[in-house]
Ligand binder design. Structure first.
Ligand SMILES: [Mg+2]
Length: 401
């Protein structure tokens, strides 16, 4: 079998503490405070807060104990985060050859040959791009560069925050320092299967291609190829899905521990909700799946009266369904959440003269309309008068001179 080595240069661009930085963007006065965005658990916090050992998924009560209430604790504003994310993605579209969003705050960008175009070296190009994003979008990002997307992604723990890392070499010595779990899509079940064969990314790359294809998971070979310098991982763009799902099996840890199961469901929910925001969908149907010890599957659905993207509503439904359907006589091996009956929010035309404007229009739609009017007619023609924080955002981000 013959594979062509990549001739491309990919940058993996990831925002630092994205939700917390968005809140700082709304209200710069909190810049030097301990900022936490959360909802029973920490969803994001700034680096000042991280230095106290607080991270994503830390329970709020624990963060409160550590910081002794000297914090700025905010609930999440996904409409706003989604708008900042779209701004960032369109900015990257302008600045690079191709943009493949990977989550609400990260994307792979094709930057092949761009430094040659500007007559600068790659390091200067990356630093300039980082500074340009900070200047125009007001969000700090870290950038990792390599010859394939997955190669760029696996270095994403290095040099954060506001850092960068470039590895265009074909040597895989660095792989010895990276645990297998750093590779996206190598879930726990796969790590378990591979645990006697490889302890790090270096060992994985030296596995036999056909062994992975036949014994592990056929898509594992795409990851293997990417790590071996061949472009093999493709992300579909603008492909409307009928449903999105997220789940995880606990492998051998079959359990009836309700706290553990609920935590798993909420963790799946958080990832799935981010996907909902990134794809700009609303959902009308929430389903939870349980698989028991005997591999029997139980499915429960909840249909909402209208489409929503309200995080609190969706989370409450999941907790409510769990409370009703969880059976402590059953040993469970996995849980899944599915959002179906989806609607693409970008097709919705908002009319600011509707009588029920305030009820039906989300904050993101209002920000977008104001931004569009300002772009079309002139800077600062219109601002969000009732919301000073919004005005602050629009005056910084929305207007292109
Ligand atoms: Mg990030």
């Amino acid at each position: 079998m013959k594979f062509n080595t990549s001739k491309k240069i990919w940058a993996h661009i990831d925002c630092d503490s994205f939700f917390a930085e968005c809140e700082i963007l709304k209200n710069p006065k909190i810049k030097d405070d301990f900022v936490i965005v959360g909802d029973e658990i920490v969803l994001a916090c700034n680096y000042k807060t991280k230095s106290f050992g607080i991270k994503t998924w830390t329970p709020i009560w624990q963060a409160r104990e550590i910081l002794k209430n000297k914090w700025v604790y905010l609930s999440s504003d996904h409409d706003f985060y989604s708008l900042v994310s779209s701004k960032l993605m369109s900015y990257l579209e302008e600045k690079t050859l191709e943009v493949l969003p990977f989550s609400i705050d990260e994307a792979f960008c094709d930057i092949t040959g761009l430094c040659k175009l500007y007559w600068i070296d790659l390091e200067t190009y990356i630093k300039n791009l980082q500074n340009d994003i900070l200047k125009n979008i007001w969000i700090p990002v870290s950038i990792w560069v390599s010859t394939t997307k997955i190669k760029a992604k696996i270095f994403s723990k290095l040099n954060k925050p506001f850092g960068f890392f470039i590895d265009l070499s074909c040597s895989s010595e660095l792989y010895k320092t990276l645990e297998l779990k750093i590779v996206p899509f190598i879930w726990k079940s796969m790590q378990e299967k591979l645990k006697y064969k490889c302890s790090n990314v270096y060992d994985f790359v030296f596995l036999w291609y056909w062994y992975l294809k036949n014994n592990i998971w056929k898509n594992a070979t795409d990851l293997w190829l990417e790590l071996s310098w061949v472009n093999a991982f493709f992300i579909k763009k603008n492909n409307f899905s009928k449903s999105i799902s997220r789940g995880r099996s606990f492998n051998k840890n079959i359990t009836n521990d309700s706290d553990f199961l609920l935590k798993e469901l909420i963790s799946n929910f958080n990832f799935l909700f981010e996907e909902l925001i990134l794809k700009n969908y609303e959902t009308k149907r929430v389903s939870i799946f349980f698989r028991d010890k005997e591999k029997q599957t139980f499915i429960f659905h909840y249909t909402l009266p209208c489409f929503t993207i309200d995080r609190r509503v969706l989370l409450e439904i999941i907790k409510y369904m769990f409370k009703i359907y969880f059976n402590d006589n059953v040993l469970y091996r996995s849980t899944w959440i599915v959002f179906s009956n989806l609607k693409d929010r970008s097709f919705h035309q908002t009319n600011i003269f509707e009588n029920n404007f305030s009820k039906t229009t989300t904050k993101k739609e209002i920000y977008t309309i104001i931004n569009d009017i300002n772009l079309k007619y002139d800077n600062h023609k219109i601002a969000f008068g009732m919301d000073l924080l919004g005005k602050n955002f629009i005056s910084k981000l929305g207007i292109r001179k």
